[in-house]
Design a binder for this molecule. Structure first.
Ligand SMILES: Cc1ccn(O)c(=O)c1
Ligand SMILES: [Zn+2]
Length: 261
């Protein structure tokens, strides 16, 4: 039965030796979003995004993606509204991408992969004292997912792309002190939302996902710039940082809600 095959999928994923599924997990991410099965919820509010570009700190290669981290010691860069009951503070954003343009995103829409996906990670500083504690709680995190599709050059992304050669290797970090991530979020307000998990260890079921319906467009050179990063540290045998996405997880007893009809 489902339970048995579910257990069987508990193999170790080559990338970071973490289980593909959490034993007993009921709200794992990523998932396929079947558009026609999503349920319009008229009570969903518009998502309100207020980022202060000067809270940007640095970019670093953590050996799995590159993270742009923010000063989350105050409420200067926050989101509120949407499906959220509290205000959540921006901590970092990062991407997941493929070796080729045919795949790379973590979520899929009607089983379609995008070449990359942006995650803006926020935590519930109203209820929890630290990010580390919020990571362990059901309403601890809110992640905005934005799909990237191949198309026009993205001006805002280019400032980030220009800094990537400086963080080619695992553990490299570069100061990055002014950036407004709002430029990476589509102006269309439509989104899907569902209860899920982190897609990297500790895979905790603490994320309210807010997946934007519209993708942003980036060009081939910009995607290639992601693919020239390395999983490996300086001096090690080079392994290109590609296909850093988790496999799809079972929807189980969940409904994906949409903010639009
Ligand atoms: C906190 C966290 C860590 C990794 N990923 O992929 C996420 O989307 C969120
Ligand atoms: Zn992510």
């Amino acid at each position: 039965g489902a339970c048995c095959s579910y257990r069987l999928r508990d193999a170790l994923h080559p990338l970071w030796q973490s289980p593909l599924t959490i034993p007993g997990g009921t709200r794992q991410s990523p998932i396929n979003i079947q558009w026609r099965d999503s349920v319009y919820d008229p009570f969903l509010k518009p998502l309100k995004i207020s980022y202060d570009p000067t809270t940007c700190l640095h970019i670093w290669n953590n050996g799995y993606s590159f993270l742009v981290e923010f000063d989350d010691s105050t409420d200067r860069s926050v989101i509120v509204g949407g499906p959220l009951e509290n205000q959540y503070r921006l901590k970092q954003f990062h991407f997941h991408w493929g070796a080729i343009n045919e795949w790379g995103s973590e979520h899929t829409v009607d089983s379609k992969f995008y070449p990359a996906e942006l995650h803006l990670v926020h935590w519930n500083a109203v209820v929890y004292p630290t990010f580390e504690e919020a990571v362990m709680e059901g309403n601890g995190l809110a992640v905005i997912g934005v799909f990237l599709k191949l198309g026009a050059h993205h001006e805002g992304l280019q400032t980030l792309v220009d800094a990537l050669p400086a963080v080619k290797h695992k553990d490299a970090v570069i100061e990055f002190d002014v950036f407004d991530p709002s430029c990476l979020i589509p102006s269309c307000p439509d989104y899907w939302t569902y209860a899920g998990s982190l897609t990297t260890p500790p895979l905790t079921e603490s994320v309210t996902w807010i997946i934007k319906k519209k993708p942003i467009e980036v060009d081939e050179n910009q995607l290639e710039a992601f693919r020239m990063l390395l999983f490996t540290s300086d001096g090690e045998e080079e392994k290109r940082m590609v296909d850093n996405f988790r496999p799809l997880q079972p929807l189980m007893n969940r409904t994906v809600r949409s903010s639009f009809q």
